[in-house]
Design a protein around this ligand. Structure first.
Ligand code: CTP
Length: 408
């Protein structure tokens, strides 16, 4: 009973795959979930509400029904109650409406009103799924933390072959189970995350820095916190608000970052260094603004400590994850860094691309391990990348606990 007492809203939209939602519902109920089914008008053309109602043992909400019940503002109460909203199948239409904030029926209104996490399992004709408009809508929802269960490939009801078939029922149910499991898999662990750029002052009004937005590190801090970890976020200057309930230490320079990180290191179980630390700082910090003169200005730089390498040489029980930002030879450079800095994993991304990496909401990364193995992850929102990284971190923490026998 992996879903005991979970409140799940199952939104069913109008596609031929609507009949598979019946099986999804049956499996969720079997696992102990309390499921509230919401059907769009067109979904009811494919399957009758009575089938869902009988299996869910809860009234099925249809558009018509909702209108007569509007006095108890049902979409708001359900939006508040839900632990998760699952849309399966999700048509191009519902994805498009949600991506553009359109709320013209019960389900789309609930989607806008809820703060519960949302999982969508798209199903549509392959040409529609491949259409750039649909893909843009999916990307825009992903950037807003909506998660997707990707459709499968094969022959669809319209006799076309390609990607667009609703994911297997078992994959959908597993994604729901994984979602709820994730909530708890870092309980009792302390995760130290560094994020953002550092600023290395040259004079009171100038500094050396880089375009890191901090988005990747903040997504990691938030995801770790959601999974139950105690989170320490050490961040250079960014425009982001720190996630609630994390211990937040704003810093400016690499030296300040190093001091805070070293203080927190011993009590941490996981250290993730997503910060873009400046390798050099101006050798002299002028106490007054440098005035312009004729000719060149030569600034001497000196090396900053490599904080990650320092942690790598000192670490004992900690799982250590580094990042590698590269413009060339991504794989070779990242592989060298994972060994040189004694890391458990490195997250490598190509910062030459403008679509991913610095400042973008999306990222496409390789995960590289000290044994040379590589995982090539697809392009995802930074929040999804964060969860993918944490899935591996949890596994590494478990293995470490098994290896030294001292940690449960
Ligand atoms: N890092 C660090 N301290 C530094 C420089 C980098 O802790 N002074 C960490 C970053 O937080 C990141 C990793 O090291 O996790 C890799 O950073 P990157 O800038 O890609 O590489 P460098 O190690 O600085 O190597 P290079 O500049 O030669 O590419």
């Amino acid at each position: 009973m992996s879903l005991q007492d979970r409140e799940i809203v199952l939104g069913v939209t109008g596609g031929i795959a609507a009949y598979k939602a019946v099986e999804v519902l049956r499996r969720l109920v079997q696992q102990g979930a309390n499921v509230h089914v919401v059907m769009t008008r067109s979904a009811q053309e494919f399957v009758g509400p009575l089938t869902f109602q009988t299996l869910a043992r809860n009234p099925v909400i249809t558009e018509m029904f909702a209108l007569t019940q509007e006095t108890d503002i049902q979409h708001i109460s359900l939006a508040r109650r839900a632990d998760l909203v699952l849309i399966a199948p999700a048509t191009a239409n519902v994805i498009g409406k949600f991506a553009h904030g359109i709320a013209d029926d019960f389900l789309t209104t609930l989607l806008l009103a809820t703060r519960a996490p949302i999982l969508m399992a798209p199903a549509m004709n392959p040409e529609m799924y491949a259409n750039g408009i649909v893909q843009d809508n999916i990307a825009s929802l992903r950037a807003r933390q909506v998660r997707f269960i990707p459709p499968g490939a094969g022959e669809t009801a319209c006799n076309e072959v390609g990607v667009g078939r609703l994911a297997e029922v078992s994959a959908i149910v597993e994604a729901v189970e994984r979602f709820f499991l994730q909530g708890r898999d870092l309980v009792g662990k302390k995760v130290l995350v560094t994020a953002g750029p550092t600023e290395e002052p040259l004079d009171p009004v100038r500094f050396l820095s880089n375009p890191s937005s901090g988005k990747m590190g903040y997504a990691l801090a938030e995801a770790s916190q959601n999974r139950g970890a105690q989170v320490v976020l050490v961040s250079g200057p960014t425009l982001l608000a720190p996630p609630p309930n994390v211990d937040f230490y704003p810093i400016k320079t690499a030296l300040e970052m190093r001091a805070t990180v070293m203080r927190e290191l011993e009590s941490s179980d996981v250290v993730i260094k997503a910060a873009a630390v400046a390798d050099y700082r101006p050798k002299t910090m002028f106490t007054s603004k440098i005035k312009k003169r004729e000719g060149e200005l030569v600034v001497q730089l000196e090396r900053n400590p490599d904080i990650l390498a320092e942690i790598g040489s000192q670490k004992r029980h900690q799982v250590l994850v580094g990042f590698a930002a590269e413009t060339d030879d991504l794989l070779a450079n990242a592989r060298a860094k994972v060994l040189q800095k004694n890391l458990d994993m490195i997250v490598a991304n190509n910062v030459r691309s403008t679509e991913i990496g610095f400042r973008s909401n999306e990222n496409k990364v390789l995960l590289i391990y000290p044994d040379g193995s590589i995982e090539d992850l697809p392009k995802m929102s930074k929040r999804e990348v964060a969860d993918a990284i944490l899935d591996r971190v949890v596994e590494l923490v478990r293995r470490r606990a098994g290896a030294d026998g001292t940690r449960p």
